[in-house]
Ligand binder design. Structure first.
Ligand code: BGC
Length: 722
């Protein structure tokens, strides 16, 4: 396609997306809205009927993944056509339906978290549900709901940030959206999969309190609020036992406490045993039947070590999902839906529009005024081609040629501005090679040629697309690879008007260059078309409104997991306990570079009129916090009002300084005011008391801090509890 035609198609597509979203057109055209019930009399009767027909051998075959002619890729359960039981077709996952050909590539999940917009998460879930229906997929293997514990985690980009409430709310909304399209979601990786290094053997040692307060709540929300149909356990061990073999996780918490009625599957190749896994509560071995097969199971049944009731229970859970979702009595492929769906692309773009976080904007360097610019130079490894997502099982080959930063800047700058790219001179090795070869070898010769120097000097601004290489299977380094630190520093010494655009799933080391670089945007991974949003923000067509879902530490030595990561001898001790992310920085009085919940804007917001109303006593106590927010600046824009509960000092009780307990995104025109309200219950003030095995609220006055970042608090009234 010629350059001009390509430009035209991008402009037209943007116009379509804006119109379609603005008018709510795409939302009205939705054909389905389905909330499945796993326990209805209809489901029970049909499952009972099928159970009577299945032989023991057939039931065993339903306990594991199936590969055969017509069922490739290790992505199916066993079909029994004679009983009307289809093979359930699966696909990865959280950022696109990736297994069955090209598909809409959405921004990284951490970008979705940075929108702090559950309604948008629901919309993305629905759009991805449509993508799945267009391909006949029954189960989408997402969302990823582990916690961002340390910036190096290879799959942080697939998760929803460091805070359990934010991750839980965003994940649950996404699940609801996906399942409303009659596609089952799969909350993963349950649990303790907070790193990729040694993921298949590492033992995550996590205190009961940290599990209850930090690592399990997102999964609980997936079950209780999102009504998730399926879950996937993790590769790693948790407190000594493999997740797939862990009765505490798979039965005590999941079934007894949260009353999960759906299906628990293993991660791919993460099953390690037959008897103990079946007894612990694992329903489905994926992708094959290495452990859950007749040869291994029949003798266990014959010897009485395993009961038929246990097998039946596991089979029922799979059938229940199948019947509840009507996978057995209608085609899953919806041929009315296009595989390259403009609605999906529109949602992908909207997510990035709300996700980009403006971290630094010294001297109001941004937004750029295209009519006052002559020359823009783009540098860095991530300028073109676009880095749409992280590597591994979530990586989605986009439907369209992805929009690069170069292309998006060209479009936004218009024909009057000369836009040039200087190719990055150092190879970014594959993740594994980078991991194996760190630290990188020294630099030979000067970083820039005389010609490049001249070009950089003559530019009005230099935009640097930078980032690490991240992916499943390996953690990355805190420092960006391939000399990027030094590159940025040298660049800024040639031309101080540098804008850095970071493409990453979490924080990176910035100390070497951040003081010389006046503007920094975090674009996460933008998916197939998100660079359009990045350029809209650079040129002020859009106000940046994303907020950090993780704290960005200045130095790795400041981080909560420092000294306790990545573990040794196959053990990683989560020694920071409940002090994860901002809970650590706040409580230990360490200033992060950019705090949790932070993000700059081109306009200004004022939060005022904070009021508290409380009623009821004890466990019935209800607290309503209201606040007003006014856009006092000159542009329309979004902000996120955040509510943090600050517990009192109670002797003998360890609490973190504050905990996020509510958030609300608002979009405001200049001068406009909105009232936001947060409804809190007893449990929002509670901590997990390990000795008593339960939640407790010590008596006292609790602060209710309202602001638009964890460190920009407009007011903190208090309320008496008990
Ligand atoms: C990943 C899962 C993924 C599965 C199937 C595993 O390696 O950990 O997240 O869903 O593969 O592709």
């Amino acid at each position: 396609m010629s350059h001009l035609r390509r430009l035209l198609s991008i402009v037209l597509a943007s116009l379509f997306y804006t119109l379609a979203l603005g008018t709510g057109l795409w939302a009205q055209s939705k054909p389905r809205n389905y909330h499945p019930h796993l326990n209805s009399p209809r489901v029970k009767a049909k499952v009972d009927q099928l159970m009577r027909k299945l032989s023991t051998r057939e039931k065993i075959e339903l306990l594991a993944g199936y590969t055969g002619p017509g069922y490739p890729n290790g992505m199916f359960t066993h079909p029994f056509k004679q009983f009307g039981i289809p093979a359930l077709k699966m696909s990865d996952a959280s950022v696109g339906v990736r297994v069955w050909g090209p598909s809409t590539a959405y921004p990284a999940s951490v970008a979705l978290a940075a929108t702090w917009n559950p309604a948008l998460a629901r919309r993305e879930g629905r759009a991805l549900g449509e993508d799945a229906r267009a391909r006949g997929v029954n189960i989408v293997l997402g969302p990823g709901m582990d916690i961002v514990r340390e910036p190096q985690g290879g799959r942080n980009f697939e998760y929803l940030g460091e805070d359990p409430d934010l991750a839980g709310q965003m994940g649950a909304a996404w699940i609801e959206g996906l399942q409303s399209e009659r596609v089952a979601a799969c909350a993963k990786h349950y649990a303790g999969n907070e790193q990729e290094d040694n993921r298949s053997t590492i033992n995550s040692i996590i205190s009961r309190r940290a599990l209850e307060e930090i690592y399990l709540p997102p999964f609980r929300d997936a079950v209780r609020k999102g009504h998730v149909m399926t879950m996937m356990c993790a590769y790693n061990r948790v407190n000594g036992e493999y997740s797939s073999d862990n009765p505490f996780l798979l039965t005590t918490m999941l079934r007894d406490h949260w009353h999960f009625k759906g299906l628990m599957m293993s991660d791919w190749g993460a099953t390690h045993a037959t008897l103990s896994a079946l007894k612990a509560g694992l329903d489905l071995e994926m992708p094959n039947n290495a452990y859950f097969n007749a040869k291994k199971i029949e003798p266990l049944l014959a010897s009485g070590k395993l009961s038929m009731a246990t097998i039946d229970q596991h089979v029922r859970r799979l059938l229940r999902v199948m019947v509840a979702m009507h996978f057995n009595d209608r085609p899953q492929t919806d041929r009315s839906l296009p595989k390259n769906n403009p609605h999906s692309a529109a949602v992908a773009l909207q997510v990035e529009r709300e996700a980009v976080v403006l971290l630094k904007n010294q001297g109001g360097m941004l937004p750029l005024a295209a009519d006052r610019l002559h020359r823009i130079v783009l540098v860095g490894p991530d300028v073109s081609p676009a880095i749409t997502g992280g590597a591994g099982s979530s990586y989605t080959k986009p439907n369209i040629p992805p929009v690069s930063l170069l292309e998006a800047v060209r479009t936004a700058a218009g024909p009057g501005v000369q836009v040039t790219q200087i190719p990055y001179p150092y190879p970014l090795r594959s993740i594994r090679a980078w991991w194996m070869h760190r630290p990188p070898a020294g630099i030979q010769g000067p970083m820039f040629t005389a010609q490049d120097r001249q070009l950089i000097q003559s530019a009005d601004v230099v935009i640097a697309g930078i980032g690490p290489r991240e992916g499943e299977g390996w953690d990355r380094h805190f420092h960006m690879p391939a000399h990027q630190d030094q590159y940025l520093k040298t660049l800024a010494s040639i031309n101080p008007h540098v804008i850095a655009v970071l493409y990453a799933g979490a924080n990176v080391a910035m100390s070497a260059w951040i003081h010389q670089v006046p503007a920094l945007l975090d674009a996460w991974y933008p998916g197939e078309n998100g660079n359009t949003a990045v350029a809209e923000i650079l040129f002020g067509k859009l106000n940046p409104s994303g907020k950090l879902p993780d704290s960005f530490e200045k130095h790795w030595r400041d981080a909560p997991a420092y000294g306790h990561y990545p573990g040794h001898d196959d053990h990683v001790h989560f020694a920071e306990g409940i002090f994860v992310g901002y809970r650590w920085f706040d409580s230990k009085h360490i200033a992060p570079r950019y705090p949790f919940g932070f993000g700059l804007s081109y306009t200004q917001f004022h939060i005022h009129g904070i009021a508290v109303q409380a009623s009821g006593q004890g466990r019935r106590r209800q607290v309503v916090v209201t606040a007003e927010i006014t856009n006092t600046g000159e542009r329309a824009g979004g902000d996120v009002v955040q509510l943090y509960v600050r517990p009192p000092h109670t002797s003998g009780v360890v609490r973190t300084y504050q905990q996020l307990r509510g958030f609300q995104r608002v979009e405001l025109n200049p001068g406009q005011t909105r009232t936001v309200s947060f409804h809190l219950h007893w449990r929002d003030f509670a901590y997990y008391n390990t000795g008593a095995h339960g939640w407790r609220v010590p008596a006292g006055r609790y602060g209710l801090a309202v602001g638009d970042s964890s460190r920009n608090i407009a007011g903190a009234p208090s309320v008496q509890m008990q």
